[in-house]
Write a protein that binds this ligand. Structure first.
Ligand SMILES: Cc1cc2nc3c(=O)[nH]c(=O)nc-3n(C[C@H](O)[C@H](O)[C@H](O)COP(=O)(O)O)c2cc1C
Length: 375
């Protein structure tokens, strides 16, 4: 059996597959089951200091596509394939005090599995920045191997929380820096994909001392309107707010974000997230430059913690390494970034004729610069 282990931000993983911060990691029993099932690591459901109250009714729904019609709907029906998950769930409804003894117990039961604590606080003033430090120190004291900063939840009202922090490069930097000041374990920053140029916020995180970037959290989105009732497919009393899209639909979107990041920072560490349910999906993230990957939607749909998903991921990696032993690839680290530099500007893609394409800077289907000036 090939060696599936890897080292990421200085932490050794038995395999590079983690459950991401979400319902699969919301409880001690789920996390213990996940480790028993073979996940190399888990990122806990995001932990805060104060209790949160979720909306009434379902917090997550699944959008499905028909094979023989363009219909997209959350309505359950036979033969439909998963398109995406949609959620408006807030962070853990259990506070730090609830989590602390459990984190310690989990780590003692599975010392060789990687436990990452996801944390979130407000960021509007010094008191709130100290909350980030309090959360990070408490998790570190319980033996957590790393912390992941939730700078990316897409459904927070406060302008200094979640993806609203992730859209502000200065706040990203400050939050990362204050957490780095009090921790000796690695600090991962989970960024939102809902910005113009994720490289800008990533630079802020690295300037603040981040050891890795995790991407992507869910993409800001709305459920669709039911054409018969004219109601959103998820609503409470007819009302909806923006939530997050995950699952298969976001795999290519997230991959584009990761590709931007790994090209801008080829020497930094990245944990890829978005739409992964098989090794072939994960392989995309490794090849563009991720050292680990994380899974949520696929695990939610597979006995809540993904026992079949992790079996397929580890079997797939094992099979792949065996099949490619001739290339000298002996571990996942050998695959990381192998296709990073294949993503180039349009003007670098070969044209069918001898003529050069000049990326829109010369007259070729566009008006020439001189003509533009003349009009
Ligand atoms: C119901 C639900 C709850 C989530 N809660 C959190 C959270 O508390 N913290 C966080 O960082 N990400 C959270 N996420 C985002 C996931 O960790 C992950 O980034 C996203 O779902 C994309 O991965 P996927 O395509 O495998 O689902 C949540 C996702 C879902 C579906």
């Amino acid at each position: 059996m090939p060696d599936l282990s890897t080292t990421f931000t200085g932490v050794r993983f038995r395999n590079p597959f983690l459950l991401s911060s979400a319902p699969p990691t919301e409880s001690e029993s789920n996390i213990l089951r996940a480790f028993e099932a073979g996940w190399g690591g888990v990122v806990t459901k995001t932990i805060g200091l104060h209790p949160v109250v979720n909306v009434i009714g379902p917090k997550t729904k699944f959008l499905r596509a028909d094979a023989d019609s363009p219909r997209l709907s959350m309505k359950k029906r036979p033969g439909a394939a998963l398109h995406s998950s949609w959620n408006w769930e807030l962070i853990s409804d259990k506070t730090l005090d609830w989590w602390v003894p459990r984190l310690g117990r989990i780590k003692r039961a599975f010392p060789d599995h990687v436990l990452v604590a996801s944390i979130m606080a407000g960021s509007g003033n010094d008191v709130e920045l100290r909350h980030w430090q309090q959360l990070a120190v408490a998790c570190q004291e319980q033996g957590c191997d790393a912390v992941e900063l939730n700078l990316s939840c897409p459904h927070m009202d406060r302008p200094d929380m979640g993806s609203n922090v992730g859209k502000d490069k200065e706040l990203v930097s400050i939050v990362t820096q204050v957490v780095k000041q009090v921790t000796s374990i690695p600090v991962w920053a989970k960024l939102t994909p809902s910005t113009t140029d994720i490289v800008v916020e990533a630079r802020g995180a690295f300037l603040g001392g981040a050891d890795a970037i995790s991407s992507s959290n869910t993409f800001t989105s709305l459920p669709l309107v039911d054409p018969e009732t004219l109601e959103f497919e998820v609503n409470v009393d007819g009302l909806v707010s923006t939530g997050g899209l995950g699952g298969p639909a976001i795999l290519p979107l997230s991959l584009a974000k990761i590709s931007q990041l790994t090209q801008a920072f080829p020497d930094k560490a990245f944990s890829g997230i978005g739409g992964i349910s098989t090794f072939e999906h994960a392989l995309n993230y490794f090849l563009v430059g991720c050292g680990t990957v994380q899974v949520c939607t696929a695990a939610m749909l597979d006995h809540a913690i993904g026992p079949n998903v992790i079996r397929e991921l580890t079997d797939g990696l094992g099979r792949f390494l065996e099949a490619h032993a001739g290339h000298g690839w002996t571990c996942v680290g050998d695959l990381v970034g192998l296709r990073r530099d294949r993503v180039v500007a349009q003007s670098r893609i070969r044209r069918p004729t001898e003529k050069d394409y000049r990326g829109g800077y010369d007259a070729e289907g566009y008006s020439a610069p001189e003509e533009t000036k003349a009009t």
